[in-house]
Design a protein around this ligand. Structure first.
Ligand code: F6P
Length: 398
């Protein structure tokens, strides 16, 4: 990462980490600020960051080196694939050190610079994130804001935007309004660049709901393309009220799968709708239309294997959760790009999307609870998502 303090570097680091981890790419963030606090204590005044303060400068260099050492160890000993080195890295000299140290280890470097000229975004970031940082524990918020601004000024004195033509980099200017890329060469870099280009920070809500109870749900059968049961129809009738009560008149787009049960559930919603094949339920192949008991009797070995490793188990002629995550990648990209979205989906699909937003790992993902007749509301925040659930019976939050 490259950028002045309060430019969203940590936010971007965590988003990229979550996205790549979700795609099963082993990723870890190394936050140099955490090393600084561990080595030299939190609560350092802005003078610690003054480039003319030799001791401060030396301590900061030590923290940078400790993070780098750990990062290289992680690559070598834990087979890490993508490490995100979260620090200001705001001078040509610092980036040269990074580039040389990592190139020596055969590690490719992609610099991500976040430039923000919009003063209101910087103030919002300071208020929302920085004042609650361990650096300002027990400090009066006004004093903390003044100190943090002075810290930014110290960095500004030395800041050099990336101009190194021989480096691979992406410059994000004012979160998504302009992007400059240089020397992007390999597939993974281009995936990360594409992802970053889709990010935005406009306030918004994302809603998820499973389809209403289907006729197959009543019979305990999996898969299929049945219509709703009478209970499912009741939920479909309630859904428009549940959404509008909480949306407050803002625009919304509804996404469904191409299956009858999600289309029927969304039918009464007075918003633009889009059907996605990629949102169709996990394909259970030969087991489609069977009950779990029938599967256990007919394919006992498969049943046991699925129990053993539900994320990786692939139905005969069908899919695994791992397959579904990959097919949902374009959905995640689109979700990042859009503002308010409601997905009327299926159990396995919503588990995968939920895991992306809430950072669940592969072992937990296939067991996440996404009940019927419940709307899940996500409000993306600086780090992570706030979640509320509304039951179909009433719009009581639980
Ligand atoms: O039972 C409803 C359903 O959506 C099935 O169509 C699907 O196969 C299943 O849930 C996915 O859940 P699990 O992976 O726990 O079997």
């Amino acid at each position: 990462m490259v950028g002045l303090p309060a430019r969203g570097k940590t936010y971007i680091s965590q988003k990229v980490c979550r996205y790549l981890t979700w795609l099963s790419i082993k990723t870890k963030v190394f936050n140099v600020g955490n090393y600084r606090r561990k080595l030299h204590g939190a609560n350092m005044p802005h003078t610690f960051f003054d480039p003319h303060n030799c001791i401060g400068e030396q301590h900061r260099r030590e923290a940078a080196a400790a993070a780098m050492e750990d990062m290289i160890r992680w690559f070598n000993e834990e087979q890490g694939v993508v490490a995100i080195y979260d620090a200001t890295n705001s001078t040509i000299a610092r980036r040269k050190w990074l580039h040389e140290s990592l190139s020596k280890q055969d590690i490719k470097v992609l610099f991500i610079e976040s430039i923000c000229q919009d003063e209101s975004l910087i103030i919002a970031n300071i208020k929302e994130v920085k004042l609650s940082s361990p650096d300002y524990a027990n400090v009066d918020p006004e004093d903390a804001a003044i100190d943090f601004r002075a810290r930014i000024d110290h960095y500004k004195e030395q800041y050099e935007t990336i101009t190194e033509e021989n480096y691979t980099y992406i410059k994000l200017i004012n979160v998504g309004s302009q992007t400059i890329i240089n020397m992007i060469q390999v597939y993974l870099e281009s995936r990360i660049v594409y992802y970053l280009m889709n990010l935005h920070i406009a306030p918004r809500k994302i809603y998820f709901s499973r389809h209403g109870e289907s006729q197959f749900n009543v019979q305990g059968k999996i898969g299929g393309d049945s219509f709703l049961s009478p209970r499912g129809e009741l939920y479909a009738a309630k859904l428009p009220g549940l959404i509008s009560d909480n949306l407050g008149g803002k625009p919304l787009t509804v996404w469904t799968s191409t299956m009858n049960r999600t289309i029927q559930t969304a039918a009464g919603l007075p918003y633009p709708k889009m059907q996605w094949k990629a949102l169709d339920e996990l394909d259970s192949g030969l087991c489609d239309g069977m009950t779990y008991e029938e599967i256990e009797q007919k394919y006992p070995e498969d049943y046991a294997n699925r129990d053993e490793d539900k994320f990786n188990y692939r139905y005969r002629g069908g899919e695994s959760y791992r397959d579904v995550v990959l097919r949902l990648e374009p959905i995640i990209m689109e979700l990042e790009r859009h503002e308010n979205i409601l997905i009327v989906g299926h159990q396995a699909i919503l588990r995968c999307i939920y895991a992306y937003f809430m950072n669940y790992d592969q072992d937990d993902l296939p067991y996440l609870k996404i009940p019927l007749h419940t709307v899940i509301e996500f409000t993306p925040k600086a780090y992570g998502c706030e979640e509320k659930r509304y039951k179909g019976k009433s719009n009581k939050i639980y």
